[in-house]
Design a binder for this molecule. Structure first.
Ligand code: AMP
Length: 215
């Protein structure tokens, strides 16, 4: 199956995508992860994206569509995929649909995780991640065993620049303005599935699996 995960920053898209990867081997494409990697490596893309990402704004459609397609082409169509954080605007969704159509593929479901704004702010401001292996923790809900250090590799955990409170508000506003209209876009195609994103990751995952069986 080819899935799109919709939902504001902090809704749990990455966590759920990881679970699907672990259980079914479905590859995940996260444009946020790809862009952060480009910033770390200091590539041309990274240099263009960095100030926008740090300000909580979107990277231009043409750049993001280019990198998303490049990664999609590397996936065996038989495996299916999960898109996490892409598309984020209507032009990105249109570009995605037309690229998939050319290769005889399509999106099978767009799963939207709904979470109230106060919960998102709380989740994002407590999020800490490992700069080396990408492991994600949360203080106080899911802390690492040794405070401030990654359980997997021992690296010092960092707070993402864009998870700082003032940036979080900007990202949520950008989501409401530019990404939320995608729900209507996928609903018109009969593909939208809305899930309550508040609860334990396991409960939310169980809801997603129910949807996958029906789609
Ligand atoms: P994320 O980790 O998905 O929250 O993405 C982090 C940041 O990367 C976003 O705030 C944007 O600046 C940028 N970004 C990620 N995906 C996209 C996208 N599909 N379109 C535009 N910008 C993106």
């Amino acid at each position: 199956m080819n899935l799109v995960f919709l939902g504001p920053p902090g809704a749990g898209k990455g966590t759920q995508a990881k679970k699907l990867l672990e259980e079914f081997g479905m590859p995940q494409i996260s444009t946020g992860d790809i862009l952060r990697d480009a910033v770390r490596r200091g590539t041309d893309l990274g240099k263009k994206a960095r100030p926008l990402m740090e300000a909580g704004k979107l990277v231009p459609d043409d750049l993001v569509v280019g990198i998303a397609m490049e990664h999609l082409r590397q996936i065996d169509p038989a495996q299916g995929f999960i898109l996490d954080g892409f598309p984020r605007t209507i032009p990105q969704a249109v570009a995605l649909d037309s690229a998939l159509k050319k290769s005889g593929q399509k999106i099978d479901a767009a799963i939207s995780l709904r979470v109230p704004e106060e919960t998102l702010v709380e989740r994002l401001s407590g999020r800490r991640s490992c700069p080396k292996d990408g492991s994600v923790y949360h203080v106080p809900q899911n802390p690492s065993k040794r405070e401030g250090h990654c359980d997997q590799c021992g690296s010092i955990l960092l707070q993402r620049e864009d998870d700082k409170p003032e940036k979080v508000r900007e990202r949520l506003a950008v989501y409401a303005r530019q990404t939320a209209p995608l729900e209507a876009y996928y609903d018109k195609q009969g593909l939208l599935r809305v899930i309550n994103g508040v609860g334990s990751p396991e409960d939310i995952y169980a809801q997603i699996k129910k949807i996958l069986v029906r789609s």
